[in-house]
Write a protein that binds this ligand. Sequence first.
Ligand code: PMP
Length: 393
Amino acid sequence: MLGNLKPQAVDKILMLMGEFRADPRRDKIDLGVGVYRNAQGVTPIMRAVHAAEERLLQTETTKTYTALTGEPGFNAAMAELVLGQGYPADRLASVATPGGTGACRQAFELIRMASPDATIWVSDPTWPNHLSILRHLGMKVALYRYFDTETRGVDFAGMTEDLAAAQAGDVVLLHGCCHNPTGANLNLDQWERIADLLQRTGATPMIDIAYQGFGDGLEEDAAGVRLLAQRLPEMLIAASCSKNFGIYRERTGVLMALSDPAHREVTQGNLNYLNRQNYSFPPDHGARIVMTILNDPALRADWQAELEEVRLGMLALRQQLAEELRRLSGSDRFGFIAQHRGMFSRLGATPEQVEKMKKDHAIYMVGDSRINVAGLNESTVPVLARAMIEAGL
Ligand code: PMP
């Protein structure tokens, strides 16, 4: 039986990680995988996470099963974090999931149950796993234009032109903030116009928010999601705690569904059903860490302060890189790097240029020229800038 299986393509980013590890050059720079690293190249455990784990060790008395929804206190705390205080609880169904990936997967399956012929509109480009999971589930996908290769900003005219063809029963997948892989984001006025468009077409938005707090701040990064939640009758939200709490391996995320209050209970039942079919009870440890932090004013303040340091650190690296490139090129054409937000920027290099930077300078980035800004530090920024200019960017 197992002899019938066909080999699967290896994930390109994981392949790049392997190549990086095998490179003997001591000054190699890894801008590939999407994990936050500090100036020492370490992915730290956040102070508040440590404190919450210590508290759990002291106070947790059982490891018996939680509910199919996950710990309700976690779901409520996440609803408040993403949707803000006073979120519409009467419209909200939610389940804890294994990470943001689990939330996306459950969202897609819920869509397939509710609207079997739905087309899922996905930004071109998007996080490759969106496409891969949708393909695995056999769902229909359409791409909408998103990235302007000239300005390296959002091609908003192209985006709205393409999305005008979305129909009721379709789903438009949007990144809540810190777009992966481009770093180019919608401004509030554009979110407003996307809400108009969704109202006009009747398509349902699905927001993937995996980097809240990495862009312009916790509240600012959620502004687009909150705007759509207010204006539209239905919406799906897949939120990840991997990055902003630094708990990648704990697999912590949540899927929220906003609907008419009359449909809330059945929606909740379907979310529970999907958890039961796929893995039964969702992981609890990370969710409990997040709930402990968000519900304790001192821990929450400390977490926010550390998250803000992380955010400002990445912003400073962006500014340093844009400035260094301005100096070396004598032009402002790299200003977009300081405009982008989040962990990633798509530089707009050709595959040959990406290859050259790897060969000549041991700088590793994804083939589409996505860099992880957090892979840099003050002393490697000038190295990257020089390599980019030498490669002819
Ligand atoms: N969505 C996007 C856009 C992402 O970049 C990621 C992380 N790479 C995720 C979802 C999911 O992350 P996780 O499953 O680790 O929480």
